[in-house]
Design a protein around this ligand. Structure first.
Ligand code: UDP
Length: 468
């Protein structure tokens, strides 16, 4: 591990959504351990998320700026988790109003940052950094394949016809996706363009103009797409430093909380015999989907842990569903229904878990890889179809059991696919374990992600020298 002793100061600006923020905070932790002095820009309601990080890293400061008001964001809400996926467009717009306070802070600082590291949903900060006169590094919390897809869509807006299949001939393996599989933020933009979403397009395009990119992925998983990203950005400062939640091992446990009866429940079962079912931090299923999934799990005959989010009265009125009546009694002894937040990394890391029925959110993907657990993919929205293609078609480490955010699976077919995938002899299970070894290799000293972290710190140190 390389360490700078000269206190290179950088500003980190996370995007306030669970899946974006946590990996960037993990990266911040690693940069801080390598000697960097870091200021994290945050709004008041998100400040508690930083507590574990700040308490264990004395070189991390905060810049707390009031959350800017926005007509579509209720007072007191400062995180996308309280708005759902549709909240991204107003959130991105609201945060642009922080530009002036950031410039004021920068101009009045005695030791201002030499670089700005910000999330890819904050592409406008590329221009802000230009204005201040420092380089901007874009942080991609998603994989490099998804980044290539995003970039193609934004840059080639004229050629992409809403409603039609999109071919990505510039990307490795020349993938194509149906319109419904295209990331939802982009579809929403094309289906109802407006001035406020124009800003998002410009912002996304600006990401590729940035001085460097840092992604939560690793060479063995996405080497082809990382090489493509480097060619497209026109320079070698393309760092892949993932899986971030695990780089450095035990230090990161401070950022996770895991404690539940589910672990002792898992203790009683054979290795690799339990299916873990969870669709990330945001997605809720409609009533008919919940019923089909419940019957599918019941018919599969496999043991499972199913994480189900409690619903508000409004969500029930909107047609979202919970576990059907009588289900828990019927599957008692072989099914564990968890209501609320699950300690996902601890569950995936338990020897009893052998499969993960997942929406293929990028954090879930990396956590499954690190646990060597095969994914049974049900991509639903955002860039999840891209992630599923990577895992199922290009890497052969996962199977697809359903797709579509509104799809109601056929319970008998779903049950059969689950049962077949959970048999010990599936090739995907073997390859998932091999991919785990490659991920472990990447984060070891001398491994690709560890080397890239060191390289990133060295490159940032050169900026400090230039400024002296
Ligand atoms: N997660 C968790 N417990 C839950 C649900 C989700 O710990 O009950 C965590 C999961 O480990 C992952 C993140 O929330 O780190 C979900 O991120 P992902 O990118 O998979 O999906 P998203 O929530 O962004 O759709």
């Amino acid at each position: 591990m390389s360490s700078t002793k000269n206190g290179v100061h950088i500003l980190v600006f996370p995007y306030p959504a669970q899946g974006h923020m946590l990996p960037l905070l993990h990266l911040t932790h690693h940069l801080s351990s390598r000697g960097l002095s870091i200021t994290i820009l945050i709004t008041p309601k998100n400040l508690p998320i930083l507590s574990p990080l700040i308490s264990s890293n004395s070189s991390i400061q905060t810049l707390v700026l009031p959350f800017p008001t926005h007509p579509s964001i209720p007072p007191g809400v400062e995180n996308v988790k309280d708005l759902g996926n549709q909240g991204n467009i107003p959130m991105i717009n609201a945060l642009t109003k922080l530009q002036d306070p950031i410039i004021q802070w920068f101009n009045s600082h005695s030791n201002p940052p030499v670089a700005l590291l910000s999330d890819f949903f904050l592409g406008w900060t590329h221009h802000l950094a230009n204005q201040i006169g420092i380089p901007r590094l874009v942080f991609y919390s998603s994989g490099a394949f998804a980044v290539g897809v995003f970039n193609h869509l934004w840059v080639n807006c004229e050629d992409v016809k809403p409603g039609c299949e999109v071919n990505f001939q510039d990307l490795p393996w020349e993938p194509s996706f149906t319109w419904e599989q295209v990331p939802s933020l982009y579809r929403r933009y094309r289906e109802s363009p407006s001035v406020c979403v124009e800003l998002i397009k410009n912002s996304m395009v600006a990401n590729y103009l940035s001085w460097a990119s840092v992604s939560n992925t690793f060479e063995a998983l996405e080497g082809e797409f990382l090489a493509h990203l480097s060619r497209a950005m026109g320079h070698p400062r393309v760092y892949s430093v993932g899986p971030l939640n695990m780089v450095g091992g035990s230090d990161n446990e401070k950022l996770d909380s895991c404690n539940d009866g589910v672990i002792s429940w898992l203790d009683q079962w054979d290795d690799g015999s339990v299916l873990y079912v969870c669709f990330g931090s945001q997605k809720l299923l409609k009533k008919a989907q919940m019923e089909a999934l419940a019957i599918g799990l019941e018919r599969s005959g496999v043991r499972f842990v199913w994480v189900v989010k409690p619903l508000t009265a409004q969500q029930v009125a909107d047609g979202y569903g919970s576990v059907p009546d009588g289900f828990e009694e019927r599957v008692s002894g072989r099914g564990f229904v968890m209501k609320g937040w699950a300690p996902q990394t601890a569950i995936l890391g338990h020897r009893g878990v052998g499969g993960f029925l997942s929406h293929c959110g990028w954090n879930s993907v990396l956590e499954a890889i690190m646990a060597g657990v095969m994914i049974l993919g049900w991509p639903m929205e955002a860039e999840q179809f891209v992630n599923a293609k990577l895992l199922v078609e290009y890497k052969g480490v996962a199977v697809r059991v359903c797709q579509g955010g509104d799809t109601v699976p056929n319970p008998a077919e779903l049950g059969q696919k689950i049962a077949e995938s959970m048999r010990g002899d599936a090739m995907e299970r073997v390859r998932a374990k091999e991919m785990r070894n490659k991920a472990l290799e990447a984060i070891r000293v001398g491994g690709s992600s560890n080397r890239d972290l060191d390289g990133l710190v060295q490159e940032l140190a050169k900026l400090q020298v230039k400024n002296v």
